[in-house]
Design a protein around this ligand. Sequence first.
Ligand SMILES: Nc1nc2c(c(=O)[nH]1)N[C@H]1C(S)=C(S)[C@@H](COP(=O)(O)O)O[C@H]1N2
Ligand SMILES: [Mo]
Length: 310
Amino acid sequence: MLIGKKPNIASSEITPKSLWLDRRRFIAGAAALGAGLVIPRGGANAARLKAMKSPLSTQGEELTPFKDVTGYNNFYEFGPDKGDPAAYAGAMKTRPWTVEISGEVMKPMTLGIEDILKLATIEERIYRHRCVEAWSMVVPWNGFPLSALIKRAEPTSKAKFVEFTSLADRETMPGLAYSYLDWPYREGLRMDEAMHPLTILAVGLYDKTLLNQNGAPLRLVVPWKYGFKGAKSIVRIRFVSEQPATAWNTANPREYGFYSNVNPEVDHPRWTQAKERRIGDFFRRPTLMFNGYGDEVASLYKGMDLKVFF
Ligand SMILES: Nc1nc2c(c(=O)[nH]1)N[C@H]1C(S)=C(S)[C@@H](COP(=O)(O)O)O[C@H]1N2
Ligand SMILES: [Mo]
């Protein structure tokens, strides 16, 4: 369904893509940029990582195979189809890479990715990963608590929210030519969500550095929220006093709220969120409140009406 020039996140599952984006034009645009012709697939530059197993990993779930985690992606900067990121994201340059840390902090700074990797021990965090489109995976991420970086920046008392901004590079990202989202991609968390021990910055998965399609070199992972909160290829982390605008909420505020907690009781306006299809499974399974992380995070939302703050 196309509302103005902003189709909705799950249109790719619900309607043929050709109805909401002219696929041939997209491919022509990508080819014109040189992506897909000369660029190796995103898999070219993964390096091995050493990661400590974390007690905060989800136990007893079968991992989604590497080929699905790296081949079935949402990264709209590279196009609307699940295969576009793997096909086109190899063109993105992830070195050198810096992240601006700014806003309401005592220590604003710009960190190179090499410095960021030294901020904390890299852990393996196995998390359920639930897309708002009602599919899910189980991913062995490698990363470290976002809180480690936040503490380094020393937020002031005015810092109530954190805004994340992804790279927007017209040279290498064919999706930027389309206005299905306002670029750059932006997401946000409340400060207590950002400081929560389950919230990580991921730099790898399956003990390899992230492939570009998964948001190399640095992306957010918030396991109790829908996948779109996990901004990829982050270039700026800004501390702010007001709730920041986010890409999906701006595109369609009725369908994508700021909080975006996984909640089987609050349906998307166009489909149920009560169930999900684990990639690789045939039958759908019930979706768990807060994606199964309720014991850890429900207290963050005490007293909030989650149908209003969805
Ligand atoms: N910059 C950016 N980040 C993004 C997206 C995007 O389009 N652009 N898609 C989001 C969505 S909708 C999901 S479900 C997850 C997918 O992450 P994965 O491809 O690593 O599974 O990334 C999120 N982060
Ligand atoms: Mo998603």
